[in-house]
Write a protein that binds this ligand. Structure first.
Ligand code: URA
Length: 263
């Protein structure tokens, strides 16, 4: 299916649905309406309980399968190009349908530092590279302050950047747990192929994926282990744009990264 639904086409499709009489938005996860209809024919409380039982396994079964497929195809990727191709061919994540571009990575894969952000925003979706909008420009300035640069050739000065989600979520909403679970095998393989010395977990979604925990304001600045590598959770530059006072702590975290890299 075509993945790049532009805004006008999406709007026209929605208007067409409304003309046909659609009154409800569809859900993110598919629901087997035929199975639901059968159990909903039964009366009262029992019907509701049975409907819930049907809906839940349908969703779970889809997620489990999608994660298994992700594990198989990501695990088979021999290099970054293969991993990107596997992601491009992966059809189980609905975010892909609303995104213009697959945002895979930027920077130097030989870098010692790998940054894992959350998900592309509008600018990244348009351009196809992670962290190119306002938050990305702040990130570049933060990295420059400790001598790092995504364009650098030398691994000591370079960074490699990716996101947990390669597709932009609608209205920049947080990715859902099921969507993160599907992408996790790809991120794990990505880290294994790039093999950085350290990882920066940029923001809550990245911590949720890498550490299984949220609460970035508590986690930030504390070195942990993610994907088998030393990992430093940091507040997301988008948060720093909204809360400039938090830049002080982000600076402390950058110095911690610099010290970890040996100077
Ligand atoms: N925020 C992210 O986490 N990643 C991007 O690529 C852009 C904004």
């Amino acid at each position: 299916m075509e993945s790049a639904l532009d805004w006008h086409r999406a709007k026209a499709l929605l208007e067409w649905q409304v003309e046909l009489g659609a009154t409800e938005a569809i859900l993110d996860a598919p629901v087997d309406r035929f199975a639901l209809a059968k159990v909903q024919d039964r009366p009262g409380k029992a019907a509701r309980a049975a409907a819930a039982q049907v809906a839940e396994p349908v969703r779970e079964r889809n997620e489990v399968d999608a994660v298994e497929v992700a594990r198989a195809v990501a695990g088979a990727a021999k290099d970054r190009e293969g991993l990107k191709a596997a992601l491009a061919a992966y059809e189980h994540c609905e975010l892909k349908l609303g995104a213009k571009t697959l945002v895979f990575s930027d920077g130097n894969p030989a870098a010692r530092v790998m940054i894992i952000g959350e998900a592309p925003g509008r600018d990244e979706d348009r351009i196809g590279r992670p962290f190119v909008g306002r938050a990305g420009q702040l990130l570049d300035r933060m990295l420059a302050a400790i001598g790092l640069d995504r364009e650098a050739q030398e691994p000591e000065r370079a960074v490699y950047i990716t996101n947990v989600m390669p597709w932009r979520p609608p209205q920049n909403r947080d990715p859902e747990p099921g969507e993160i679970a599907m992408m996790l095998p790809f991120v794990q393989r990505h880290v294994a192929l790039v093999d950085p010395d350290v990882i920066i977990l940029m923001g809550n979604i990245s911590c949720q994926a890498g550490l299984g925990q949220r609460g970035i304001l508590k986690l930030r600045g504390n070195w942990a282990e993610a994907y088998g590598k030393p990992a430093l959770p940091m507040t997301h530059p988008a948060y720093l744009l909204r809360q400039p006072l938090a830049k002080r702590e982000a600076w402390a975290d950058l110095l911690s990264l610099k010290a970890r890299l040996g100077g």
